[in-house]
Design a protein around this ligand. Structure first.
Ligand SMILES: [Zn+2]
Length: 420
């Protein structure tokens, strides 16, 4: 064969391997026959690739199913013990470092509350590295044996115009402009490192393992101190989803409204960001002081105070209940209109409310939010979409970040560990 033909054959083999590994990883347990049918590859090719994947510890046979008239077919599944990844969520209220097996089951995590008003990049790097060291040491894993580290940031990650292989993080809400975070971390991390926007990473996680599973076009909403979103579009079956980040929190929803951190006015974030919700409540007549000190505790307290005042109850109690209703009612209105705008703009078949504040607010407010959305969307778009609570819990963004190195590994057919 000519070198070109050799190259093409090799590429094809890796493409097949990557395709089959992704189907095994992202789907349910399946048999070689089902893989052949779904991928269109020949049974012999599937059998060869699966043998390699089993020999290299990526995949295992896990029982069998009987087949009509034939011998039982072995079921295949990816092996969780193939390796581990780390996912890091750099958020405005905390830095979360999670150690996951490569199927994204959480092994252990550390959460560092952020008290400073501005996160110094050097300090963030120290915290992240210390977290990785501690978690891997406790789990008995050498840091260099990790399959990769993913980091989600509340901002944009762009290639440096002068040195395209270098990425820079722009996160105005952290006070970061052109921070070479990947470079700073890579000096100390000996495994593949991936950095991306936190909402984008979260959208990928909800699509793989959460409430956006099976959606054609999912919008995952990340509610925290700020409000972001990501649009994830499913590829053809077995292909990889594609995501884009949406600066949803900075879409103007009230002309001349309250000033926003971004320099504009009346942004959606100034109505549904966790801190603005709390500030709004505290400015209302009848509001009561919080017991907790952190934003997360206080938001949970506010939601926990929802109650119907007893008829004829004390005036103070009625006023207190009114303040809670007013604050949360405002969240329902603006969140509903904000999601309605996403539905009208993007025509998703699924909207997922996620992020730590989404996890606190959603269970209490989602029915009312759905109702608001229905009144602000075009019927033909509203009719084809479902609005769901995120399923990934408080470590959703860290888990999303952990999908970044796994996505790379799947695209590479699981070979990242064998090369370099
Ligand atoms: Zn803004």
């Amino acid at each position: 064969m000519t070198p070109l033909a050799q190259q093409t054959t090799r590429d094809l083999r890796w493409h097949n391997r990557s395709d089959l590994l992704a189907r095994l990883y992202l789907g349910e347990s399946t048999s070689r026959n089902d893989l052949a049918r779904a991928s269109g590859l020949s049974p012999a090719t599937v059998s060869n690739v699966v043998s390699d994947l089993i020999n290299e510890g990526l995949v295992a046979e896990v029982g069998s199913v009987s087949s009509a008239g034939g011998r039982p077919r072995a079921l295949l599944r990816v092996r969780p013990d193939f390796g581990h990844v780390v996912g890091v969520d750099i958020a405005e209220t905390r830095i979360q470092v999670g150690l996951f097996d490569w199927t994204l089951a959480l092994v252990a995590e550390e959460v560092y509350p952020v008290v400073a008003t501005r996160l110094e990049p050097v300090r963030v790097v120290e915290v992240v590295l210390a977290g990785i060291d501690r978690l891997t040491a406790e789990a008995g894993i050498a840091p260099d044996d990790l399959l990769g580290v993913g980091v989600g940031v509340p901002g944009a990650v762009q290639a440096d115009a002068l040195t395209p292989e270098r990425t820079l993080v722009h996160a105005p809400t952290l006070g970061w402009s052109e921070v070479p975070l990947a470079e700073m971390l890579a000096r100390e991390i000996g495994t593949p490192l991936h950095i991306d926007n936190g909402a984008m990473a979260l959208g990928q996680a909800e699509t793989w393992r959460g409430a956006a599973r099976g959606a054609e076009r999912a919008v995952t909403v990340l509610l925290g101190v700020g409000a972001g979103a990501a649009l994830t579009m499913a590829a053809e079956p077995g292909g990889r989803a594609r995501s884009i980040t949406i600066e949803w929190g900075h879409t103007v929803i009230e002309v001349g409204g309250p000033p926003c951190r971004c320099g504009s006015r009346g942004c959606l974030e100034t109505f549904i960001g966790a801190e603005t919700i709390l500030r709004h409540y505290q400015g209302l007549a009848g509001s009561e002081p919080f017991i907790g000190v952190g934003t997360e505790d206080q938001l949970a307290e506010l939601v926990g105070r929802r109650r119907t005042p007893a008829p004829g109850g004390a005036a103070g109690a009625r006023a207190a209940a009114r303040a809670v209703d007013q604050a949360l009612g405002s969240v329902v209105t603006y969140l509903g209109i904000g999601i309605g705008n996403l539905v009208n703009l993007l025509g998703p078949d699924r909207v997922v409310l996620s992020g730590w504040a989404g996890a606190i607010l959603g269970p209490a407010l989602l029915p009312a939010v759905r109702d608001t959305v229905s009144r602000h969307t075009l019927p033909y778009l509203h009719g084809r979409t479902r609005i769901e609570q995120g399923e990934l819990g408080p470590e959703a963004v860290a888990l999303g970040a952990a999908t970044l190195p796994v996505a790379r590994l799947l695209a590479d057919g699981g070979r990242a560990t064998t090369s370099a």
